[in-house]
Design a binder for this molecule. Structure first.
Ligand code: ZN
Ligand code: ZN
Length: 347
């Protein structure tokens, strides 16, 4: 291996992730998000009877205040490190989805007897499996995210994600490695449990509809809302839509530093889990004044100490504290010191 190959080899997984169409971090889904953002802002201007000026749209989407913020530079560093190590983190997940799935299907067969072959066309069985695994992912994310907001030790790790003071798609990467590892295990467990039940009910021959090796429903989420959820472009789903699907505005409220918004909208693509659990906060049609971030950091939340070391140390401390005094479990989420920002853009 040449010196150049040695130097660039850590970047190969990063490049592969960026160029993989099914990846939640691909340049293709980012491009789709940009097009949706342009179309949404242009439509909003037109509805208000204002001319659609491309320059104004570009300024609103590529806001200098957001792009040149220290928080964004920290996200960029986390992005490079995260892309290079994400595969390893997922590889460290101790829970195997297929192992659990096969175990659940075998357990159900032992307890209930072999499930009769379902009499339904293949596309119905495949569609049911596609939906079951998509719901399993979304429910798994919701349960994991709820635990991260309810258990003090887990909140200390998850707080690194919430320490972002401006929102761009790069915040997707601002996740502590231990937070990612716990998510990977929780997802494997819940997808394994639901996937096993689906395998038993639908038969082994039922397979998910996929594109680029990704569940097609998951792909829709990745291309339509996943990137925009970490942006400052206010795209709200209201009414019934907002009770079923998690819009970008829903997740912006989740990141809000206003205590009235703490612990709301914990789902990924679906809002139904929050609706059922009572944690759904519907976004208003017009953008409210929002500030993002959390306070109470011992070190700068945009440097290695504040972003990587402190969360791990604080998580261990919180774990020890909760073990020694289980009654004292309240989360101390102070509001950010930053004044609320008017998130209403010029367009
Ligand atoms: Zn959160
Ligand atoms: Zn987030």
């Amino acid at each position: 291996m040449t010196i150049i190959e040695t130097l660039v080899s850590p970047l190969r997984p990063a490049a592969a992730t960026l160029l993989q169409p099914a990846s939640i971090s691909s340049i293709y889904s980012l491009g789709a998000a940009l097009m949706i953002a342009f179309a949404w802002l242009a439509l909003r201007r037109r509805r208000r009877g204002r001319p659609v000026v491309v320059k104004a749209l570009v300024r609103a989407i590529f806001s200098r205040r957001v792009l040149l913020h220290r928080s964004t530079f920290a996200d960029l560093a986390y992005c490079v490190i995260g892309l290079a190590t994400l595969g390893a983190i997922i590889g460290w997940a101790v829970v195997s989805t297929s192992w659990i799935s096969d175990g659940v299907a075998a357990f159900l067969t032992r307890c209930l007897g072999p499930h009769p072959e379902p009499h339904a066309p293949d596309f119905v069985l495949n569609g049911a499996r596609t939906l079951a695994l998509f719901l399993a992912y979304d429910l798994g994310f919701f349960i994991d995210h709820t635990l991260k907001h309810r258990i003090p030790a887990l909140w200390e790790l998850h707080k690194a994600h919430h320490s972002a003071e401006v929102l761009t798609p790069l915040v997707n990467f601002r996740v502590h490695p231990l937070d990612s590892l716990i998510l990977a295990n929780n997802l494997a467990l819940i997808i394994g449990l639901i996937g096993g039940a689906a395998q038993y009910a639908l038969g082994r021959q039922a397979v998910s509809f996929t594109l680029f090796d990704q569940n097609v429903l998951m792909l829709l989420y990745i291309y339509l809302t996943a990137q925009l959820q970490h942006s400052e472009i206010w795209i709200p789903f209201t009414g019934v839509w907002g009770r079923v699907f998690m819009s970008p505005a829903h997740h912006q409220l989740h990141h809000s530093a206003d205590p009235a918004h703490f612990n709301c909208n914990l789902g990924a693509s679906l809002a139904i889990w929050d609706w059922l659990a009572g944690s759904l906060r519907m976004p208003p049609s017009e953008p409210p004044r929002l500030a993002f971030g959390v306070s109470g950091h011992a070190h700068d939340p945009h440097c290695v100490m504040g972003l990587v070391v402190d969360p791990a140390v604080n998580a261990v401390r919180a774990l020890i504290a909760s073990l020694s005094s289980p009654a004292d479990r309240g989360l101390d989420r102070e509001s950010t010191a930053a004044p609320p920002r008017d998130s209403r853009s010029a367009v």
